[in-house]
Design a protein around this ligand. Structure first.
Ligand code: BV8
Ligand code: ZN
Length: 249
């Protein structure tokens, strides 16, 4: 079906007069760049391994080599893909709105590469690595990337891990706090590309709405967020978001 012209124009009107906007994205906004979403069937080696298991502390403890290889495969892919028109549309939106906060659940850097400043990464970044024992930062080398298991920390010999937030781990308090404040004060909250099943990120659209924000959701499929949104724009973000920006000009 896809979002109608009237729906696109309604979103454009809300955003044109908006002085404070919070945006939250999920894996869906990177899908058109060729990055599989979190719940897509994992390809190849990971076809039958649950991403929930791979992205967890116990998964890493149980099989560090498997988890390491999964992150190195994702890191490798994130480096070769390009931002898509949806990322660029959000960067254009950031440039137009006085108080604009981009919150993402994604661990790739596609928003930054599309020109969005100060992205709040609720679930960390696949570009950051640190030691599980002493916490020292670790700069990833090409050898690390080709290694079958996590490298050892140069300071204490501990296992190096990706700087992402795993299931069962708390989100960075400062980042989640900033995201919550942005949602509480937003006139419009735009959500794109998330299934809305991972908490506490999935609470944020409802924090915004109950504080009075107009809630817009962009997704090819309906989700719990779509059902509670003031406006659901059906379709891929790489198509819908440029249409909304185009209707604002
Ligand atoms: C926490 C980083 C507490 C890693 C991720 C038991 C124990 C502890 C916690 C829990 C528990 N049971 C439940 C919980 C809470 C748990 C949770 O929410 N579980 C769910 C599954 C029920 N949450 C946590 O554990 C969080 N921590 O609660 O800590 C605590 C407090 C104090 C002290 C200690 C502990 C941590 C959650 C963070 C987990 N890390 N990622 C990595 O990425 O490798 S989550 C992971 O899922 C990704 O970040 C991903 O972004 C996120 C959400 O998924 P989506 O982004 O929505 O992606 P998904 O594939 O699901 O959907 C894609 C969507 O895009 C779809 O809707 C699709 O239709 C759409 N789409 C497709 N194509 C397009 C598109 N949209 C637009 N355009 C397109 N072209
Ligand atoms: Zn160490």
């Amino acid at each position: 079906m896809g979002a109608s012209e009237i729906e696109i124009r309604r979103a454009a009107e809300r955003l044109t007069n908006c002085r404070s906007c919070a945006v939250m994205t999920g894996a869906g906004v990177s899908a058109e760049s060729g990055v599989p979403t979190f719940r897509d069937a994992q390809t190849g080696l990971y076809a039958n391994v649950d991403p929930m298991k791979l992205a967890s502390v116990e998964g890493f403890r149980e099989d560090p080599a498997m988890v390491w290889r999964w992150y190195m495969a994702r890191f490798g892919r994130a480096r070769v893909v390009e931002p898509n028109p949806g990322h660029f549309a959000l960067a254009r939106l950031a440039a137009r709105i006085e108080r604009f906060t981009l919150i993402t659940q994604n661990v790739d850097d596609l928003h930054e590469r599309a020109g969005c400043p100060d992205v709040l990464h609720l679930h960390g970044s696949i570009a950051r690595y640190f030691c599980t024992d002493c916490g020292e930062d670790h700069t990833l080398t090409d050898d690390d990337r080709a290694a079958p298991e996590p490298p050892a920390c140069a300071h204490c010999g501990g296992m190096i891990r990706p700087g992402v937030v795993w299931f069962g781990e708390a989100l960075p308090r400062d980042i989640f706090g900033a995201a919550e404040r942005a949602c509480r004060t937003a006139e419009v909250m735009l959500v794109a590309g998330t299934s809305g099943v991972v908490f506490p990120a999935a609470d944020l659209p409802f924090v915004a709405r109950s504080a009075g924000a107009y809630l817009i959701d962009v997704n090819p499929e309906r989700t719990l967020i779509s059902d509670r949104a003031d406006l659901f724009l059906e379709g891929p973000s790489g198509e819908v978001l440029p249409r909304v920006l185009g209707a604002m000009d």
